[in-house]
Write a protein that binds this ligand. Structure first.
Ligand code: DGY
Length: 339
């Protein structure tokens, strides 16, 4: 049996990161060398005896995986900012470190958030769908053809207001939005970190909402950017939608289950809200062509591509390998979750 520490890696990595990993010749690397999600049975089988595991957000890191790995397990390095696929408590009690990538994907996800707001407000999915189906509107011009709400003048409500929310705000300010409300896990309280120095300098009101009801009822754009926890699961549901404005749009770039999909479909059917832009949805990736959300003309859905720029994915992969190596050596990680 090899004396070198074993690391399990659940995906073929982008070249730069793969080279960085392989440059460490002291490691016994066991890798799922496919571009498809790692098979759970394979992972459990190979995790036995591992000192480190590099995994994706599509891999569940739970008691079963951790205890199967054994007492020598030192580090989990997740290729993601979200860590809802990881049982933090199970890691904390065994003093296993957790690395993640919260900083390098901020810009890419904030860019996509702005894209989804504009697509939802300006009916981009519906408009493009018509053109693709050969249904280019036949009237030469019509004052109300394909009209939607305007981003300038909007009150923007952030459910969760960390780095990605604040980077989104930075991009929205030049559009002329008029007010910001935000809700964090400490309702009514000012945010702890002004990551880009925009909160104190902005010329529009940026206020903590006292509760989700205020945020839902006063926002023209609601951006879901909070972590998925037992408290936030289905936070945006029937009641939330019934509080929202008729011309408001909902954007979810966080995790699917924060939004109750059935309630969203009902809200769109009843025209309780104007539209939605989703990067994530409950039960992804199992979304088939007959999913009822796909029959909603005012809902734009993209397949969890928030961080999918080439530069960002290279950086995420590199930092994840760095976190893995640092965790094995007991050194500082690029970013470590405080467990
Ligand atoms: C993550 O890394 O958690 C994000 O969902 C990527 O978009």
């Amino acid at each position: 049996m090899s004396q070198r520490p074993k690391v399990v890696v659940t995906r073929q990595l982008i070249d730069e990161a793969q080279k960085l990993l392989e440059a460490d010749t002291d490691l016994d690397i066991v890798q799922w060398t496919s571009d498809q999600p790692c098979d759970r049975t394979w992972l459990l089988e190979h995790a036995k005896g591992a000192s480190g595991i590099l995994l994706m957000l599509s891999d569940t890191c739970d008691e079963e995986l951790i205890s199967t790995s054994g007492d020598q397990l030192k580090v989990i390095a997740s290729f993601s900012v979200g860590t809802d696929h990881v049982d933090r408590e199970a890691l904390r009690k065994r003093k296993i470190r957790l690395g993640y990538t919260p900083t390098c994907l901020t810009d890419a996800v904030a860019d996509l958030t702005v894209m989804l707001i504009l697509m939802a407000q300006r009916r981009a999915g519906e408009a493009m769908g018509k053109v693709i189906q050969g249904q280019w509107p036949q009237m030469p011009w019509s004052p109300l053809l394909m009209t939607g709400p305007q981003i300038g003048g909007s009150t923007v409500g952030f459910l969760g207001f960390g780095r990605i929310g604040q980077a989104t705000l930075k991009r929205l300010l030049p559009f002329g939005i008029s007010r910001v409300l935000y809700l964090t896990s400490k309702p009514g309280q000012p945010v702890k970190e002004d990551h880009f120095g925009i909160i104190k300098d902005a010329s529009i009101p940026i206020e903590p909402a006292k509760d989700w009801e205020q945020l839902a009822s006063e926002s023209d754009v609601v951006i879901v950017g909070c972590a998925l926890t037992p408290d936030t699961k289905h936070l945006v549901g029937t009641e939330f939608f019934s509080n929202m404005k008729k011309f408001a749009v909902l954007v979810n770039i966080a995790r699917g289950p924060v939004v109750d999909t059935d309630a969203l479909i009902t809200a769109l059917d009843k025209e309780q809200i104007f539209g939605a832009g989703l990067d994530v949805i409950e039960n992804e990736p199992n979304i088939q062509a007959d999913h009822p959300i796909l029959r909603q003309p005012r809902c734009v859905l993209v397949p969890h591509i928030g961080s999918a720029t080439i530069a960002t994915r290279v950086q995420m992969a590199t930092e994840t390998v760095q976190n893995l190596l640092a965790g094995l050596k007991g050194e500082a990680m690029v970013n470590e979750v405080e467990l």
